[in-house]
Design a protein around this ligand. Structure first.
Ligand code: AMP
Length: 251
């Protein structure tokens, strides 16, 4: 069984994001970039299926600028077998990525595609769902457990008030939630080995996909800063303030 894992290069989750002065977007200059954390979980899930003898090959795919190669190398260091970069300088929106991944699906014919549930930069949470629609196959989003049993994917999802378990025929799209696993650290020997693994570069035109944006970002603003809090001396003063100043409890 072949597994494809789409991985996105995003601002590292430890970085405090700055908005560009003209409000046109987020400032990416001199900012540490990393693999989207949910995609690391997806690569880990795929590699574990390979280690368990369920999967035969894990292919990581990234769509974006040439520097996304670093993100792919991280995936290879975690344990993926090979990588595909769909290179473009156009700012990709989820539908464009989903179309590129559908073209990769047609080319690679994997039985399973494991995406992250969302990219932490744009928080779109759309690509996996759109991809499943384009592939006309089943999808299980926000997976907290994933097994392959008798050629079917068994996926547990955390839903309000409990757990839901789904069975999907393959091929299918699964998107990962935080609790699916804890990704391993890439060791130095594996980082070295990853440099020698195959990395193929394609363009959207090679795949016959038009990736021109359909949406225009009008404005990006920083969240308003929180007012400083105060320390109250005792519960009585707190109750008094909640009642008479904040007016959130009845008198
Ligand atoms: P999003 O819909 O943008 O929140 O992204 C959801 C998931 O789609 C991510 O966690 C990735 O697995 C995949 N994805 C999104 N954008 C890209 C991209 N440019 N290249 C590869 N995978 C992507």
């Amino acid at each position: 069984m072949k597994i494809v894992v789409p991985v996105k290069r995003v601002i590292d989750y430890n970085v405090k994001v700055r908005v560009k002065a003209d409000g046109s977007g987020v400032d990416l200059s001199n900012v540490k970039m990393s693999m989207n954390p949910f995609d690391e979980i997806a690569v880990e899930a795929a590699v574990r299926l390979k280690e368990a003898g369920v999967a035969s090959e894990v292919v990581v795919v990234s769509c974006g600028i040439a520097a996304s190669q670093e993100t792919l190398r991280t995936g290879l260091a975690i344990g993926a077998d090979r990588a595909v970069l769909v290179e473009t300088n156009i700012d990709l929106q989820p539908l464009a990525v989903a179309k590129l991944l559908k073209a990769i699906y047609d080319k690679e014919k994997p039985q399973l595609i494991i995406c992250g549930k969302q990219a932490i930069d744009d928080d779109a949470n759309q690509t996996g769902q759109m991809l499943a629609a384009l592939m006309n196959c089943g999808q299980a989003t926000f997976a907290s457990k994933l097994e392959i049993v008798d050629g079917k994917a068994i996926v547990t999802r955390e839903v309000d008030g409990g757990l839901e378990t789904l069975e999907l025929p393959l091929p299918a799209v699964v998107t990962t939630d935080l609790r699916l696993n804890e990704p391993r650290y890439a060791t130095l020997p594996n980082i070295m080995k990853a440099k020698k693994k195959p990395l193929e570069t394609l363009t959207p035109a090679d795949l016959g996909v038009n990736v021109e944006p359909r949406l225009t970002t009008l404005k990006v603003v920083e969240p308003s800063s929180r007012k400083a809090g105060i320390i109250v001396p005792d519960v009585q003063v707190l109750l008094n303030k909640l009642k008479n100043e904040a007016k959130v409890i009845a008198g």
